[in-house]
Design a protein around this ligand. Sequence first.
Ligand SMILES: Cc1ncc(COP(=O)(O)O)c(C=O)c1O
Length: 394
Amino acid sequence: MMQQSRVKMMQSERLQRIGAYLFADLDRKQEALRAKGVDVINLGVGDPDLPTPGHIISALEEGARDPRTHQYPPYYGTKEFRQAAAAWFANRFGVELDAQRQVLALIGSKEGLAHLPWAILNPGEIALVPDPGYPVYRSATIMADGEPVAMPLAAERGFLPDFDAIPADVLRRARLLFLNYPNNPTGAVADLAFFARAVGFARRHDLLLVHDNAYSEIAYDGYRPPSILQVDGALDVAIELHSLSKTFNMTGWRIGFAAGRPEAVDALGTVKTNVDSGVFRAVQQAGVAALSGPQDVVGPTLKRYQGRRDRLVEALRSVGWRPPTPRATLYVWMPTPDGQSSVAFAADVLDRTGVVITPGVGYGSGGEGYVRLSLTTPDERLDEALARIRRTYG
Ligand SMILES: Cc1ncc(COP(=O)(O)O)c(C=O)c1O
């Protein structure tokens, strides 16, 4: 008790406002099972299990041997990396970006998301955040002494927010609007018509629209997710975050980029000049190799995930559960059977099968009644998990 209150005293009020780590209980349960010798299989985390393609690793090796990479990199990213990002963007989305003014290198997209509220919000101003959603939008807003206001994502609306439901007094104080499609955790996708509505809404209410497009390349059945910057006029109101993490199996490398409204890019860059010193140049060279090199390296990875998705969905349906088939992302977002709470259901699955799945409530109260299962577990382990689920619940 004593220890706990001391720890609390060490933490700023804003850190305490972020609140408890919702997966802590599940982590403890997992540890206890492992200690008892249970072979625990984790379908909880979204971290690609496949290796980074060889030509990207070679570019890092070469870069690391060059002493010119050993000094501080430029804060906004090297010219070569920003140009490669702009060229990739033009090829992929048909949107021309000015690499100098509209592109900024990031230490992974999480870093950009975490720093944006610092760059844009004054204390007490509101950021509209999807609920359920990637937890960083909310926690980063709190760290910047802003106020996160949840926009519920409901299944009936395809997990898209209802802009008309946001109260006028909230809108008056709002400065930031976070969106994320393809969406973590729901696996939902959005089309350009929705993005056009979002851009119009942001313009009318003078919001900076932050679109997290970390899963832009992780899609199935031939589907190609759009960029919000394809919408006419989006470059005046939006900034989009991209990541090399999931596209090229590079989560550990920490590289991504922001693209969009120049003032927002500049404000984010200014935060970075004050808090970090950029991405190791050799990693940026590897990023250039990834973005400028063969894009068909992504194909086999997607094929692998798609196979896992199909086996996972089929196994869950065979025991009477009702997962939809996601068109994108690394996740299957499934309603819990019989309306069980997400924590109770995840705990039951863990206790009875040794398989870890994530309770939806960990992504916000709007995630209650759902669990998330990830496609990044190696095939044999995934198949073993599915066999256990079939045996136990079938
Ligand atoms: C929605 C979403 N955005 C951003 C990230 C962060 O990715 P990174 O910082 O590796 O680019 C993740 C990681 O899981 C994510 O799910």
